[in-house]
Structures are given as structure tokens and as C-alpha cells.
Design a protein around this ligand. Structure first.
Ligand code: S3P
Length: 437
């Protein structure tokens, strides 16, 4: 798939449903008793894998219409038959393992080649500390694995890195553990699990702890099905907004974007870089603040991104790096070692892809610096970028191609559907020149 420099982008767009909330709505719906009707569910491959897992664990799962799903929970997970294949989804597999650990089931988990490379002990160790048993079917710390749950006791877990996936897995297991489970984070990570647990009727405590917080949950609380409205994903909205910032003459509005402050670090960073990015129509939807975001082509300047902001934009550094390539001066991104264990080693792949397109990048163990040249066409482009099947690496380089002097091609564009089905159609609707070949 190839992106070329063309005319200005304009128009309204709607981002697909938030991926984090979509996984959680399905999983909590399957753990609860009663009906959970979801609207705005992301119908990307990652979330569809979680929907199949919810079905395998005994919940009723029906698609009622576009983004409208009904989950009928029977108050817990049942013994599944067959392997729970989570595809490409780290969030799906880690949260499902946490949920399954609380029930007397034995479940085999697996995923695609990328997910099989990602660390699982970060979740398996605390869950084992609560009493779950793990058998590594291949290499230790990696999928495939078999989990046997049930009979858990609460733990107090202190995280060194803020990770919503680890926190959520422990809290979901803690729902069915004896005692009060707590997770302490050095800085707050996204709190969708806490918010959604409350919407399903559970009490969740939050106490300040240094720069971060301590989240507590009493075991034995029952969940009751509830309607969930999933707003637009800020991590996906970032791509059309980024395109508007770097393609001259553009103005794009993405409607209905979730603005949870633990997810909006990129927007803050772009504003510091001089981006003309405004929010209108702020409102509440699905227990989250939502707004319409408008980005206009802007003269950007490099900044030093505070490492403490990493948790609120960890998935957005690839697209930030793409826009930084068009900013005058250096954009310094540090304290982001976690990027190396996402769907791919995102620091290495962004550095390689940008360098192949003629951008100056300095890679470090836990970060990278992109030095841009301001103005349209200041980036050479003219490369085929290796994405290792990582959706965000692919989309970030396609955005780069929309303002680079020469076209940019990405391999494996099919993987974009894991988080953003309809990305290419949406971008073309705004006027982007993205061709399949
Ligand atoms: C997610 C948490 C983040 C993020 C991922 C989604 C979640 O991972 O990168 O895409 O929904 O909880 P970590 O918790 O491992 O940082």
C-alpha cells in the first residue's frame, strides 16, 4: 500500500470505537450476570478475537448491527473447549487471562506470530502469586500457555512500570479472589477497567500514592450486565488528525473522540509543538468525556516530551514521530522502553522506517530523537517500510507519505484492520492519495 503527496485534506470523520474499552466491555459482559448491550464497539480483528473468547468462555455473544453487540453473561467463565486464540491482541490475551484466573477452568491461550513474541510473565507472575497455575507450552514467558484458575487469594502488587494491561488483569482476577487486591502504579495508567467495573456495580477504591495511585478491589463482588456506549478511539483519531497537521491547507474534524485525560498525552504534546488542534462539543458518553477534534495544517517545532507523560500516549509515539519528521528541530522521546515490547519493537521500526525515508533519527535503549525539517516535502520518502505486521507502524508511515516528496509504501497493510478497519477508506474520503498497490 502506497501513500503519495496530494491535495489538502478536509472534512469530518468518525474514529472507530475505542479498542481498550471494546475489549473490556466484552470481557466484563461475559463475567457479569445478565445482558450487556454495547454500541460503538470496535469491529477490528483484535476485538473480534475477544468476542470469540467471550463466547468460548460460555457467554452469549450476538452482533445486533454495526458496532451493536449483546453479551449475555452467566455470572462467570465456563470451561472452554479448544484454544483461546487472541490473534494480535496483547490487551485481549492479558485481560482474558486475568478474568479466567478467577474461575475453576483450564484454558489454553495462543496468538499470532507477533503476540507469541510478547512477554506474558508480567501478567502470569502476579496471577500465579494469587494462586493461578501456568504451563508454558513453548518458551517460558511466551504464548502458547495453559492457565488453570480458581481458589485465588488477593495480592498487593506494586508495578515498576505503569501498565493498564497488568493492572487490569490483576483487578479482574481480584474480583474472584479472597480478600482485598491492590495495584500500585508509579504514574496512573488508563483507568477504563476501574470505570467500567463501577458501571457494572463493583466498588473500586483509588488512593493517591506518590506520583501515581493505589487501586483497591474487594473480592467476591458480583457484576451485573449494563449498557456500554464506546466512544471514538483517540489512538485511531490521531492518524487523520496527524495527516491534517502535516499536509498543507488541510482541516479535518474527527467527531466523538474519547478525551480521558489518561489517553490524551499526544494532543498535549502536539499543542506544545505548535499544532492548531481544537476541541468542540465536549460532552459525556459511556462514562467518559468526549469531544470533536479539529486539526489544521500547522508549522510544528520539535519538543522534549516529558517521560512522565509516556503512559498517557504510549501507543501514540509512532504517529508523533511521523509528525515530528515535519517539525523544525529535534523531538526527544525518552522513558519509553515499553515501546519495544508492543506489537513490534516500535522504537527500532520507527527509527528504521523514518531513516529509510531520509529523516534523521537517533535511537537509544529507551527512546529516540527525530530531527525534522519544517515544510511540505522536507521529508524525502521514497521507501518501502517494513512493519513486522504492526498496524500503527503501517499507519504512521502512510501519514508520512502524504506529505513526503516521494511516495511511501508499507508492507502488510492488512494488519491495519486489527485496530482501524476502514482506515484507508476514511483517509481517501478526506482526500488522501493512498493506493492499494
Ligand atoms: C492497553 C494498555 C497499553 C497499550 C495497549 C492497550 C489497555 O498497554 O499499549 O495498546 O487497553 O489496557 P500496557 O498496559 O502494557 O502499557
Amino acid at each position: 500500500m502506497t501513500a503519495r503527496r496530494g491535495s489538502a485534506l478536509s472534512g469530518p470523520a468518525r474514529a472507530p470505537g475505542d479498542k481498550s474499552m471494546s475489549h473490556r466491555a466484552l470481557i466484563l459482559g461475559a463475567m457479569a450476570t445478565g445482558i450487556t448491550e454495547i454500541d460503538g464497539l470496535l469491529e477490528g480483528d483484535d476485538v473480534l478475537a475477544t468476542a470469540r473468547a467471550a463466547l468460548a468462555f460460555g457467554a452469549g455473544v450476538e452482533r445486533l448491527g454495526e458496532g451493536r453487540w449483546r453479551v449475555t453473561g452467566h455470572g462467570g467463565f465456563k470451561q472452554p473447549s479448544g484454544v483461546i486464540d487472541c490473534g494480535n491482541a496483547g490487551t485481549g490475551v492479558r485481560l482474558l487471562m486475568g478474568a479466567a484466573a478467577g474461575y475453576p477452568v483450564t484454558a489454553a491461550f495462543d496468538g499470532d506470530a507477533s503476540l507469541r513474541k510478547r512477554p506474558m510473565k508480567r501478567v502470569a507472575d502476579p496471577l500465579a502469586g494469587m494462586g493461578a497455575r501456568f504451563e508454558w507450552r513453548g518458551e517460558a514467558d511466551r504464548l502458547p500457555l495453559t492457565l488453570t484458575g480458581g481458589g485465588l487469594s488477593a495480592i498487593d502488587h506494586v508495578q515498576t512500570v505503569a501498565s493498564a494491561q497488568i493492572k487490569s488483569a490483576i483487578l479482574l482476577a481480584g474480583l474472584n479472589a479472597a480478600g482485598v487486591t491492590s495495584v500500585t502504579e508509579p504514574v496512573p495508567s488508563r483507568d477504563h477497567t476501574e470505570r467500567m467495573l463501577r458501571a457494572f456495580g463493583a466498588e473500586v477504591g483509588v488512593l493517591p500514592h506518590g506520583e501515581g495511585w493505589r487501586v483497591t478491589l474487594r473480592g467476591g463482588q458480583a457484576l451485573t450486565g449494563t449498557p456500554v456506549s464506546v466512544p471514538g478511539d483517540p489512538s485511531s483519531a490521531a492518524f487523520p488528525l496527524a495527516a491534517a497537521l502535516v499536509v498543507p491547507g488541510s482541516q479535518v474534524t474527527v467527531e466523538g473522540v474519547m478525551l480521558n485525560p489518561l489517553r490524551t498525552g499526544l494532543f498535549e504534546t502536539w499543542r506544545e509543538m505548535g499544532a492548531d488542534l481544537t476541541v468542540s462539543n465536549r460532552r459525556m458518553a459511556g462514562g467518559e468525556e468526549v469531544g470533536d477534534l479539529t486539526a489544521r495544517h500547522s508549522k510544528l517545532t520539535g519538543v522534549v516530551v516529558p517521560p512522565g507523560r509516556a503512559a498517557s500516549m504510549i501507543d501514540e509515539y509512532p504517529v508523533l514521530a511521523a509528525t515530528a519528521a515535519f517539525a523544525g528541530g529535534a523531538t526527544v522521546m525518552r522513558g519509553i522502553g515499553e515501546m519495544r515490547v508492543k506489537e513490534s519493537d516500535r522504537i527500532a521500526l520507527m527509527a528504521a522506517g523514518l531513516q529509510a525515508c531520509g529523516v534523521a533519527v537517533e535511537e537509544e535503549a529507551e527512546g529516540f530523537t527525530v530531527t525534522g525539517g519544517p515544510g511540505n516535502g522536507s521529508v524525502r520518502g521514497g521507501a518501502t517500510v517494513v512493519t513486522h505486521g504492526d498496524h500503527r507502524i503501517a499507519m504512521s508511515h502512510l501519514i508520512l507519505g502524504l506529505a513526503a516528496a516521494e511516495p511511501v509504501t508499507v508492507d502488510e497493510p492488512g494488519m491495519i484492520a486489527t485496530s482501524f478497519p476502514g482506515f484507508v477508506e476514511l483517509m481517501r474520503g478526506l482526500g488522501a492519495d493512498i493506493a492499494s498497490a
